[in-house]
Design a protein around this ligand. Structure first.
Ligand SMILES: [Fe+2]
Ligand SMILES: [Fe+2]
Length: 473
């Protein structure tokens, strides 16, 4: 296994010392990255000591090294998962042939675009969350936010490495552009819409890490099945880090939900807001909003691009190599419900054209598993309410359902019905104002804001009341 060179400016396991041109190019990009981090990365406790994990080896279990770090001194680096011996192309027309170490000319542009779109999400979320720690519900939560932030920064490094190493001058230009776009900026926004939404409250943060980072997991999973082996290895290592982001979101939501049920028991008339909690109907609206925004990120249900990516081996299905026998998908179809003449009509489309939809379905069942856990927590707390996921047709702004209206069960409704019900399903200005009113920092060791239950255990075997952020320096 390629060991990590940890002594150079850019820690790496890609033998940068022996590729001087690439090393020099990345060393030129590095100060621009640090500038970007300082100007639009975490603006709260920006140079305080934070208890963080850093990758020091890509060996199983060996890569997570814990200790206090000031974020601008975090050792961002380039880590690829170890190569698989004799790996073959998992999907498409060339399935079974050896994987590519270099990019065939005809796929250069499309692969660059795929990498840039994925890469753009990494710095975007850091920008969206840059002020969030000013209202952290605890030191534990602030630390988790910063851990996610530094790792998204590292994911940007991972993608920038691919751009620099394999796309020459164009790749270097794209790497510069990744530091020039800004989440929510009118003139130079991030590429995908969910990554331009503001993230100013912790219910949003936990929904985002639960639902939107989970989209990232599935996108990375599809790219991990790529014929382009360096991309596959990069994504495989990113997935190990992504697991923690999903844990932050899933457990963070569970703690807010659990606390809501506890307050409902305590409050006269069950009025959770009267006791300063976030009531379950409000939580459900946030779930509806972020789940459907994240479904959009998979692209259209029917897509010739998706078919082309699959055919050429640029992307595979989720766990393509492990879970499937037939990697061609030719001669097969999938039924998709189209909106035609004011009704839903089933149509069979070639399976390759439904690759976005297949990935979205894998994602949706993963989300359903998460929601079942939350509902178990609710039951444990004696609540009879359940959180549900809206139907995938609900509130979509991408794909074939964009122009119609659906209720949360996925049934077609009229625009008037939508207008009448919208405020029951999605956050209103009043809901947002209420949630915002709860966002006050709680920074004592072991102390938690009233709307969120403490976690069951701390990070890396430390107690819950550990000093995860040294607030005094
Ligand atoms: Fe990421
Ligand atoms: Fe992430």
């Amino acid at each position: 296994m390629a060991s990590i060179d940890y002594d150079s400016l850019i820690p790496n396991n890609v033998d940068l010392t022996h590729n001087r041109r690439l090393k020099r190019a990345l060393e030129k990009w590095q100060p621009a990255y640090i500038e970007w981090w300082k100007s639009v990365g975490p603006q709260v406790f920006p140079t305080n000591e934070i208890y963080l994990r850093t990758a020091v080896s890509t060996e199983k279990g060996g890569w997570a090294n814990f200790g206090y770090v000031r974020m601008p001194e975090y050792r961002w680096g380039i880590f690829l998962a170890d190569p698989e011996t004799d790996r073959v192309i998992p999907a498409g027309d060339d399935a079974g042939k050896p994987v590519w170490q270099d990019i065939p000319g005809e796929y250069r542009n499309v692969l660059k675009r795929l990498i840039v779109v994925q890469a753009d999400t990494e710095p975007a979320s850091v920008e969206q969350q840059r002020w969030l720690a000013s209202t952290a519900p605890s030191l534990y939560d602030a630390r988790n936010l910063f851990q996610v932030n530094v790792e998204e920064g590292r994911h940007l490094w991972a993608m920038v490495y691919l751009l620099h190493a394999h796309f020459g001058r164009d790749g270097r230009d794209e790497a510069d552009e990744l530091l020039a776009r800004r989440a929510g900026d009118e003139d130079k926004p991030r590429i995908l819409d969910a990554f331009n939404q503001p993230c100013t409250d912790w219910l949003t943060f936990h929904c985002f890490t639960c639902f939107t980072d989970r989209d990232g997991k599935y996108q990375l999973g599809a790219l991990a099945e790529s014929a382009f082996d360096p991309l596959s290895r990069t994504c495989r290592f990113m997935l190990t880090e992504e697991a923690h982001h999903l844990f932050v979101g899933e457990s963070g939501m569970e703690r807010i939900i659990r606390r809501s049920a506890q307050l409902e028991r305590e409050a006269p008339n069950g009025d959770v807001r009267a006791l300063g909690g976030i009531d379950l109907p409000t939580i459900q609206k946030w779930v509806n909003y972020w789940y459907s925004y994240s479904l959009d990120l998979f692209g259209s249900e029917v897509s010739t691009n998706a078919a082309d990516y699959f055919a050429s081996g640029l992307k595979g299905r989720w766990r393509e190599a492990k879970d499937y026998e037939d990697h061609s998908c030719l001669g097969k179809s999938k039924t998709i419900a189209y909106v035609e003449g004011g009704a839903l009509v089933d149509r069979d489309i070639p399976l390759r054209n439904a690759m976005n939809e297949l990935l979205r379905e894998d994602y949706a069942s993963d989300c359903a598993r998460v929601v079942r856990r939350w509902n178990k927590a609710l039951k444990d707390e004696g609540s009879s309410v359940e959180i549900t996921l809206p139907h995938p047709r609900f509130f979509r702004r991408q794909g074939i359902y964009t122009d119609a209206h659906f209720n949360t069960s996925g049934e077609l409704i009229t625009e008037a019905e939508w207008e009448a019900k919208m405020d029951d399903w999605l956050p209103t200005d009043d809901d947002r104002a209420y949630v915002d009113s709860l966002m006050k920092p709680v920074l004592g060791q072991g102390k938690f804001a009233n709307y969120i239950a403490p976690p069951r255990r701390g990070i890396h075997g430390n107690p819950v009341d550990f000093e995860y952020v040294r607030t005094d320096g």
